[in-house]
Design a protein around this ligand. Sequence first.
Ligand code: GLU
Length: 459
Amino acid sequence: MASQTDSIVQASLAALLKDSSFLPELQDKTRHQAFASLASILSTPNKVHKAFLRISLDNGEIVRIPAFRVQHNNTLGPYKGGIRFHEEVKEDEVINLAALMTLKNALHDVPFGGGKGGVVLTPRDHSAKEINLICQKYVHYFSDILGPDKDIPAPDMGSGDREMDWMMAEYKSIRPGEPYRGSFTGKSIINGGSLGRREATGKGVYFSFRYMLHDFLKEQQTFLSNTGNKFAKTLLGYTDKPMTVAVQGFGNVGSIAALEAYHCSLLQNKVVAVSDRNTMLYNSDGLDIPALIDFTGKNKGDLPTSEEQLMKAGIKAVIHERDQVLEQDVDVLILAALQDQIHEGNMENIKARFIVEGANAPVTGKADEYLSEKGVIIIPDILANAGGVIVSYFEWLQGRETQFYNEEEVFKLLVAKMKATMDSILPQYFGDPFPLRQNCYIHSVMKLSTVLYRQGKLY
Ligand code: GLU
């Protein structure tokens, strides 16, 4: 497992080892042995599958495209996690992302294990026909290890409902007569997808923040004032205070999180900056997020990059360099682009007091430590961006029942699930010295360890 997740898993196990109320049946030597077994189970994936997909391009050239499926852990249910389509996908990264899925599902009580896939390609460089072939080949190569009760892929960076529809169709034709609806999630509605799945991650990202800053803060004023915890001080400093928000990434996650912030009537939010792979837009009075979403919808997903485009779309904003978004003087920074965005090189320039991880692993271990030390509240990926996999779970359930929920029902269930997790984590976080990420890891590792122990897997 790549270092950051691994070291926090180890630290969480060390904290649990000292906690005598956790698995008290295990004593002394047995206890140490069991914890060593847990460390090796959780820090290595069960299986790493690799293939080189043979694709015939439109121009007749034949290429081999590297593809992975990592099955990290299935203690809590079938492996589950997206397939990333990106030119820089690496095996180690997919292993780390699969481990994060194990922890994410355990944290939110989603009855799945953790998996992740990757295909090394630049989606923009391929025609729809080539992508279709790549999807078919991916399923063809990995069909034995995939399935509704084995391993259930979903979209991730660079892939979406179109790819999931194609993959499910291929799975169905390879395995005629077998259940197929639950083999992939994140499908289009017409192909058995769930209403709300597309918006789920972005909505959940914003909810994790809003819940802490509004509901929890209002209900727990006395508790927060009584703890000497530095994170509680940061949160209390925002009681009824207007807030400025910057969003890095304006894809499926960032744009929806920005829209939620824009429409939110419970907090006094102003989204002053958004960025994408080309540019950053700034307006101190707040950006017109619906107009920007409308623009990206008509322009291949890209934000306006010239005065002319802004004027034509009636959007008031100043154009800046893309990466300036991270160092804006704002209260909240939502990271919804790539991993490793805040690191040792720029952590000292970060001004936000809240960082919400919409992307997976956008803050490095060192930067997390440094910012947490300063009382910055970082809502980690496995807590903040679980909306996607939670609604994937609802999609899988709906596929089994062949009975579908309306959008309102889906969002109600999503919010209830995320609220339950936040309620089990936040009081502890604001009462003890661990950063929120570690609190979440401790919770997940505790659940996984208890289940492994009760299943007799630690002998
Ligand atoms: N790729 C998303 C994630 O990282 C969703 C996974 C899923 O729905 O299985 O959480």
